[in-house]
Design a binder for this molecule. Structure first.
Ligand SMILES: *Cc1c(COP(=O)(O)O)cnc(C)c1O
Length: 435
């Protein structure tokens, strides 16, 4: 083997240095966590200490960041979706439009409430839900649209707002991949009745696990607060030594409360979000220039209404003719080995995803009917499927590197492209190393 061989076949990788670490903790993160550890209060459900708890500080800061009055933090993005769906009134048997190309939690959160996810195909330009496909999927049972802003795209919020209004549907934005992105100069998450976020480890803002829902409507906020705290909400006047949550019970809640430790981590991380988003955007702009010299690789264009673009995953679309017709999986494995990081295809469409098993949930008298409605295989998702066969994603921490990282990425793509025949070998040998 010469050094020129693909790293996946034993050659020397393009990238030997490590990539920027993610998640990141600075001195201020350590201080913030230590303060909570010593504070005597680790949960919103603990007694008031005379200090505004970290969870309320984060909620206020995150609401202010979006210029909305309310934010309810949650244990996860899934928790955020769950209470948002409940708070806008989604009930058993209701249909909710969900994009067919996203993380499984978007659909499973709906199914776990007894509602029926209707998988909708995506727009080839953005890989976000297609407004035309969504319009065609609306029935008399449809009550809500779960609009995801995926990868590095924002869905066509204008079209979906109009569609939701026309059919009197709730619009919930899932911004788990787009913290800080802006559509027509306004943050995503502020257009729908509720904006949901995940702060899981891979996301742009993270405490390892975590989530939040933002909204403007006080009635909605009141339900969100109770839904995530076993039916409790904050008292108007907190008294030191007494619980800060009061029992209301206007809804059937559950415990989806973020801990004080996580809230402190998020509050600290939020102070770096804008700068990190700018850093990533600058790197992506450099990479875009370098990719002009690599045949068969392109990025998704941003809609001109996207005034602040964020990059959770950068999507690269491949012209596979330039890669000897190899599968995107083989190309992803070859790139992973060259770069020493996980390069993956986009999600497997939800109509055939291993982790999406909604029919396993049913089991009542209506089983046959329910199973028929939930069955993911009944939905056709040709655009999502085509994306799965042609698109790769690069993860966000790569774009916290300096410019040399972008040169490594471009070089790795070019090297892999030149080794089309070896890619075909990789396709046949499923045991070849990824990295
Ligand atoms: C990560 C993610 C979720 C789920 O968030 P968790 O915090 O993992 O529960 C939901 N929707 C999208 C689009 C995501 O990327």
């Amino acid at each position: 083997m010469t050094d020129e061989s693909l790293a996946a076949l034993g050659g020397t990788p393009i990238r030997t240095r490590s990539w920027p670490k993610w998640p990141r903790a600075t001195d201020s993160t350590h201080r913030a966590v230590a303060e909570v550890l010593d504070s005597g209060r680790w949960a919103v459900s603990g007694p008031y200490t005379g200090q505004v708890c970290a969870e309320r500080q984060f909620a206020a800061a995150f609401a202010r960041f979006h210029n909305v009055p309310y934010c309810t933090p949650t244990t996860s993005g899934t928790g955020a979706l769950t209470i948002a769906l409940q708070a806008v009134g989604v009930r058993r048997g209701d249909e909710v439009l969900v994009p067919g190309l996203t993380w499984v939690a978007c659909a499973s959160a709906v199914a776990n409430l007894g509602a029926v996810p209707i998988l909708v195909d995506v727009d080839p330009a953005t890989l976000a839900m297609s407004p035309a496909a969504a319009a065609a999927a609306i029935t008399s049972r449809t009550v809500a649209i779960l609009l995801v802003h995926p990868f590095c795209s924002i869905a066509d919020i204008d079209a979906f707002s109009a569609l939701a209004e026309l059919h009197r549907l709730a619009l919930i934005e899932d911004c788990a991949q787009s913290h800080g992105a802006r559509w027509r100069d306004r943050p995503v998450g502020t257009y729908g009745q509720a904006g949901c976020f995940s702060m899981q480890q891979s996301k742009l803002l993270t405490a390892g696990e975590g989530g939040a829902v933002i909204c403007r409507d006080p009635g909605l906020y009141d339900r969100l607060e109770q839904l995530r705290a076993d039916g409790r909400r904050f008292v108007d006047e907190a008294v030191p030594g007494r619980l800060e949550l009061t029992e209301v019970g206007a809804v059937q809640g559950r415990n989806l409360c973020l801990s004080e430790l996580q809230a402190a981590v998020l509050l600290d991380a939020l102070s770096r979000l804008v700068e990190e988003n700018q850093h990533r955007a600058a790197r992506v702009a450099e990479l875009a220039k370098l990719l002009v010299g690599v045949p068969g690789v392109s990025m998704l264009d941003a809609d001109p209404r996207v005034t602040e673009r964020t990059y959770y995953n950068l999507v690269l679309r491949l012209d596979k003719g330039e890669f000897a017709g190899a599968t995107v999986d083989a190309i992803a494995r070859a790139l992973s080995a060259e770069l020493g990081t996980m390069v993956n295809p986009v999600y497997t469409p939800l109509n055939r995803h291993t982790l999406y098993r909604p029919t396993a949930l049913s089991g009542d008298d209506l089983a046959d009917l329910v199973i028929a409605r939930l069955d993911p295989a009944r939905f056709a998702l040709p655009v999502a499927e085509a994306a799965r066969q042609t698109c790769l994603t690069l993860t966000q921490p790569l774009f916290l590197d300096d410019e040399t990282g972008m040169r490594d990425i471009a070089e790795a793509l070019e090297k892999v492209r030149r080794h089309g025949d070896d890619l075909l070998k990789l396709d046949q040998d499923a045991t070849a190393l990824a990295f």
